[in-house]
Structure formats: C-alpha cells, structure tokens
Design a protein around this ligand. Structure first.
Ligand code: C2E
Ligand code: MG
Ligand code: MG
Length: 709
C-alpha cells in the first residue's frame, strides 16, 4: 500500500437525485477523495457494512427514509459512530439545522452547493475529525494508563484544595472519589499521612523540584507504608501520586526475614551475624572500643534431639533462644548499627556479640547470666530437661583483628569449656590454638590405631575389694592407649574426643569385645569375678546395643552375670523412658547395671528407683575428703542410705588412704576401688592376684577343715 492509498479517504454520498450524486462525486474526486454512492437509506447501509467510510454526505430527503433517521442509525452503528456526517439540506431554516445536530450530524451544507469549494470544506471537516479522533484516542490512552497505575492521584491547588482526586482502586485507606468532592487535603488524609505530605509539599515548593518520599505510619490495624511523588504542574498546583506500598514492604521484610533470620528461633542467622560483626569491628576500630564475641553451645543437645525427637529439640531451642534473649537484652527488632546481637548460627550454636563492652569483666557478667538462666529445667511437655551451655569468649582487639580470627578464638575457648566439664565459660587463651591442633592430632591417631586394630590400645583392670577382708571381688576394665606418636594418652583426654567425633563407637566395641574375651578366660580358670565395662552415652544410644552385648556374651560363652555395665548419671537421665526399656532388656539378659561417678550429675535420687539398677559408684571427688570434710562425709552418708534402701551395691571410687577405707568400712560400704589397694593392672597381673588369693583361700579352707577334723 502506498502512502497515497493509506491517506486516501472515502466519502459515502447518499442522495436520491442522480445529478446531485454525479456532481458530488466529481467535486470530491477532484479533491482526492474516493466516493461511494447510494440512492437511498438501504443502499447506504449496505455500503457502510461492507466498506470503511471516512465521511458521510447525507441528503435530508430520501425515498425510503428520512435523512435525520438515517443519520441517527449511522451514529449508532459501531463502525461509524465517530465518522463525520454532513447533512445536505435545501432548507436553510434553523429548525432543520437543529434537527440535524440532534440526530448526530457533524455539520450541514445548504443547497445550492458551491461546487468549487465543496472538496475543500469536506477536507476541513475530515481534518478536524481526525484531530478529535486523535484526541479521543490519547484521552482513552491516558485513562487506561491512569487506571493501571496503582496510585492515588491528587491534583492540588496552591491552597491545598483538591482539584482532582482519583483514589487507587486497591487502597482501602483512601476515601471514595464521590465522598471527597472538592475538599481540602486536611479533610482527605489521615493526620499522620497529611503531616508527611505537607512536609514533602513544602520541600517541593522550596526546591522547585519534584519530590519523592517514602514513609510509614501506624493505621489502627497495622503498619502501612506509602510512597509519595510530587510534581509541580503550573501556578503552584501540584500532582501528588500516593502509592500504598505496604504489601511490597511486607514482601521485602519477609525476604529479609528469610535471608537474615533463623526461621525457628526468629533470631538473626549466620549471614546477619557476619555482616553485623563486620560493622561492629569497623566501628570498634574507629573508636578504639572492645568487642566481645561469645559462642554458646548446648551440651549434649544432639543426644536430646536424637532421643526425644526433633519436635522436642525445636521446642528446646526456642526456649533457649528466649532465655538468651533475656541475657542480652536486645530483641532482634532493635538491632541497629551499634547494638549487641544474639544470633543462631545453626544447630545448637548461638553467638552473642557485645559491642563496646568496656571491661572484659562485663562479658563475664553476661556469660554468668546465661549459665544462670539455663539452670532452670526446660519443660518439653512429657518431661523437663536441663540443658547446660559451654561458652567461649574472644575479645577484639586482644584475640584477633578479623572476624575469622575472633570466631576461631571463641570456638576454641568454647571447646575448652567443654573439656573442662561443660556448663562453664572460658575466655580465649593462645594456648587453646595449639590445644585444638592437638585435638585433631589425637583424633587422627586414634582413628588410625582403631583401623589397624593396633596393640597400642588395650585394657587394664582395676580390682574392687571387699573392705573387710581386702579380697578382690570384682574389677573394672579401663582402656589404655600408648600411641607410637603421642605416647601415653589418658582416657580422660581421648574419651571426650572419641565421643565428639563418633570414634567412641568402634572404640566401645573394641572395649566390650576385649573385656568379654577376658572374662571368658577367667571363667575358664574358675575365677568368676564380675567385670565392669564403661559404656559411653553415644554407645548406649545405639538401637542395637542390647543385641550386640547378647551376641558377644554368646560368642565367648560368658555368663551374663559376670558383666556389669557402667553408665553415668547423665546417660541414664537423658531419656528416661527409653533408658528404662533398654535397662530392662539388659536385666533380662542377666547383665548388671552400675551408675558411675554418682553424685556429679543432676539425677534426683528419687528418680533412681525407676531404673532397674544394681550398683552405685560414689564419685572419687566425694571420697577424697571424707576424712577431713564434714560436708563430703554427709553427702556420702546420704548416698549410702538411699542406696541401701534401694538395695544397691555401693562401690567407693578413688580410695587412697587407710583413713578413708576405715570410714567406708564403718559405714558398711560394699566395695572399695582405689590406689590404696590397687591401681589398674594388666590382665595377667590380675590373674596372678586372683591365683594367689584363691590358693590362700584354699589354704584357709584346708586349715579350717583340719581344725574341724
Ligand atoms: P571412671 O570410669 O570413673 O574410672 C575410674 C578412674 O579413676 C580411672 O581413670 C582410674 O584409673 C581412676 N582411679 C582409680 N582409683 C583411683 C585413685 O585412687 N585415685 C585417683 N586419682 N584415680 C583413681 P582412668 O583409667 O584414667 O579413666 C578415666 C575415665 O575415662 C573413666 O572414669 C571413664 O569415665 C573413662 N574410661 C576409661 N576407660 C573407658 C572405656 O573403656 N570406655 C569408656 N567409655 N570410658 C572409659
Ligand atoms: Mg567407670
Ligand atoms: Mg567413675
């Protein structure tokens, strides 16, 4: 299609007079307008339906209809509703002209027609019709845009009268347009919003520029956020576009929550911790301040989680988070640039950053507060548990300049506090760095020895004596490790590492097998002495622990009553229901159960009766001073009284002096274990001891029988 063709227009001429039609056609053609001819209304409409028409020249008198009626019909027809219609009338009376306009005509030409200028006049009408069509189009375009804009539009006079108001369709805080009418801004906006808009308006007026602002305020039900854009129009009038961005803000807040907060505890997460830490360090460097970084790790959390289930674990973590929040006194909401921050790095690891702590002692105060807050049992529905923390603290600038160094330092300090028996806090000391290297070395060596089934790992046996006749009645198997690289390593040092790293499982298996094999050897020699084996928590939690023991006893043909398992209070107390069930199975098997290190854990004595126990071992720390410390003696007396009532065998651990032995003897203690009577010794030595004891007994028996004879 050429430009000419595109721009060519088509006129429909409707006239019953043939001459008129021909003259019109000629005149219009000469002005470059195409012409379609119709004799009457019916023909005219056929053409309208089948051709695009740009203008209609309509005679008033038609054979089949009246020109005014046809004009109305054309206007109602969608394709021609906006097409210019020129009525051609012989009557130049005002009535006819009024009737033409009422029928929707655009203009009228009176006969006789001035043929010389007809084409030009038609072109003029077509031109102005195009302009108004463009205008209509642009108006509806603008309207469509405005309808799509989610803003409230307010046109304001310089006196804050509302000239135009179009509320955002979705914004329920904005009154309806009908209601507003031509009021002032004061009547339209809620006071908090009004205040902000006014301040933006005065800024816009003062600067002569457009202004964009965001603000938020509380509506009766929630916090709302708005974005305001102000643009000057003319003579002091302004257009204000107000957009309610509450949902967007909430979405952003949600994203922020997801990115920076832990979903379980709602505390800041690792990312947030890092970025906040970086900021604190920048400030601290600038203003020469001290920052404390604290690592708080829950002792034995994994065990609680595994035994009580994840729901209980979650509840516990939430409660711990609450309590820690109390210790720091900053809620996640108020964290701003320079404040303290509590965060959860994951699992049971929490961190606390103390900004500008001043004296190191202030961090100690916080750590003590945490220890205090966690002392109270946590209610998990079915049962209450006490979860203790191990806390490590590092300080900027003393222990490092970078986040990494400070984290590492706090982590090492935290490990140290675990090593020192948990439930305490430690401040980093450079020595700890070499400690953690040493820990890693121990782990690697131990793994190596276990893999190779090396002879550097073996058992020794510490005899347990009857305090009255000092005869060996039983023994405790204790692991020993003399490593090729590390030399002698005390179980007090490597057992905790084995527990942390899971190596305790192969190690525990090794100990059980060795001990049971040894019992079987003594059994073969007719030395039926029971041997106690220490069982660590992780080992006891293995679901198949009872089966393993049953299989070993069977494999070595050992009488089950010759095996005693030593469990610490902590192991027993973690999941009472499960423990009771397991212990029942072990009892059915015929194995005895002993509570090791009794008195150092948290078990209430009242709980003891719920478990099928056989023996209590009073911890060495109580025995050490029974001959000098009244309190220790009364504790030992109390333990003994309860144990007697529960018909448990009592073993006193760590007996080192005759005076201790005497006291224990006077209290009817069943068994004595300690350096006074024997250190842990190799199995061969214990065999000798038993042999000598046995032959002595035989002698006594034969002497007695001789006397009797
Ligand atoms: P435990 O089960 O309470 O063992 C008693 C510890 O006290 C042994 O230390 C023993 O040598 C020591 N001891 C005995 N009499 C005296 C005394 O009169 N004075 C002093 N000062 N100490 C005495 P050991 O062998 O170093 O073991 C330390 C801990 O390591 C054990 O405490 C036990 O908890 C753990 N352990 C040792 N062997 C094993 C094992 O095979 N498996 C597991 N899971 N833990 C073990
Ligand atoms: Mg023991
Ligand atoms: Mg013990």
């Amino acid at each position: 299609m050429t430009n000419d063709e595109i721009s060519r227009q088509t006129a429909l001429v409707v006239d019953d007079d043939r001459t008129m039609r021909a003259l019109m056609q000629k005149s219009l053609n000469s002005s470059g307008i195409d012409v379609l001819l119709a004799e009457n209304g019916e023909e005219a409409f056929d053409l309208i339906r089948s051709h695009p028409i740009d203008i209609v020249m309509l005679d008033v008198e038609l054979p089949d209809t009246n020109g005014f009626t046809l004009c109305r019909k054309i206007r109602q027809y969608p394709a021609t509703e906006a097409v210019p219609i020129i009525m051609v009338t012989a009557r130049e009376d005002s009535q006819a002209i009024d009737a033409a306009y009422q029928a929707g005509a655009t203009d009228y030409f009176a006969k006789p027609i001035n043929w010389a200028i007809l084409g030009k006049r038609v072109m003029l009408v077509l031109g102005s019709s195009r302009v108004s069509a463009d205008l209509r189009r642009s108006q509806s375009h603008n309207q469509a845009i405005l309808n799509a804009v989610p803003d409230t539009l307010i046109t304001l006079s310089s006196k804050e009268q509302i000239i135009e108001y179009r509320p955002a369709p979705e914004d329920r805080l904005m009154p309806d347009a009908e209601y507003v009418g031509r009021r002032s801004l004061t009547q339209l906006l809620p006071p908090r919003l009004l205040e902000k808009v006014r301040s933006a308006l005065s800024e816009a007026r003062a600067s002569g520029r457009s202004v964009q602002r965001e603000f938020d305020f509380s509506s009766p039900s929630r916090r709302v956020h708005y974005e305001l854009r102000l643009a000057a129009i003319e003579s002091g009038d302004y257009v204000a576009l107000l957009r309610n961005i509450t949902e967007r803000r909430q979405g952003e807040e949600k994203m922020r929550q997801l990115a920076y907060f832990d979903s379980l505890t709602k505390l800041p997460n690792r990312q947030y911790f890092h970025s906040h830490f970086a900021e604190l360090l920048r400030e601290a460097t600038l203003h020469h301040q001290r920052v404390a970084c604290m690592f708080v790790d829950l002792d034995n959390f994994k065990r609680i989680n595994d035994t009580l289930g994840h729901d209980a674990g979650d509840t516990l973590l939430k409660e711990v988070a609450n309590r820690l929040t109390g210790a720091v006194r900053t809620t996640p909401r108020d964290i701003d640039r320079g404040s303290d921050m509590l965060s959860r790095l994951g699992g049971d690891e929490f961190t606390i950053l103390l900004n500008d702590v001043g004296d190191q002692g202030n961090a100690h105060v916080v750590a003590n507060r945490i220890l205090d807050l966690l002392r109270k049992p946590i209610d998990l529905g079915e049962q209450c548990v006490v979860v203790t923390p191990s806390i490590g603290i590092s300080f900027y600038p003393e222990h490092g300049e970078s986040i990494d160094e400070l984290i590492k330092a706090a982590d090492s300090a935290m490990y140290k506090s675990k090593e020192l028996g948990r439930n305490n806090f430690q401040v980093f000391d450079p020595q700890m760095n070499s400690d953690s290297k040493q820990r890693l070395l121990v782990e690697n060596r131990l793994r190596d020895c276990l893999d190779k089934n090396s002879e550097s790992l073996f058992l020794v046996y510490q005899p347990q004596f009857n305090p009255n006749n000092r005869q060996v009645v039983a023994a405790e198997a204790l692991i020993r490790w003399i490593d090729d690289v590390l030399g002698f390593v005390s179980p007090a040092d490597f057992i905790p590492i084995a527990e942390e790293t899971g190596l305790i499982l192969p190690l525990g298996d090794f100990v059980l097998r060795q001990a049971i094999a040894q019992i079987s050897k003594w059994q073969a020699l007719d030395f039926d002495i029971p041997v106690s084996v220490n069982v660590s928590a992780v080992q006891f939690e293995q679901p198949d622990i009872v089966d393993r023991i049953r299989n070993l006893l069977f494999e070595y043909r050992v009488k089950p009553e010759l095996l005693t398992l030593e469990l610490t209070e902590r192991v027993i107390m973690t999941d009472v229901t499960k423990t009771v069930e397991k212990l029942m199975h072990l009892k059915q098997l015929g194995v005895s159960i002993s509570v090791d290190d009794f008195g150092t854990g948290y078990s209430s004595l009242a709980y003891l009766k719920r478990f099928p126990l056989d023996e209590l071992k009073i911890d060495r720390t109580f025995i050490a001073n029974i001959d000098s410390d009244e309190d220790d003696l009364s504790i030992v007396d109390a333990i003994m009284a309860i144990a007697k009532r529960l018909k448990l065998t009592i073993v006193a651990e760590g007996v080192e002096s005759e005076s201790q032995l005497k006291i224990l003897q006077s209290r009817d203690c069943d068994l004595i274990q300690g350096y006074l009577l024997s250190r842990p010794i190799p199995s061969a030595e214990l065999t000798d001891l038993l042999t000598r004891q046995f032959s002595r007994q035989l002698k006594v028996v034969s002497r007695q029988s001789r006397v009797l004879d």
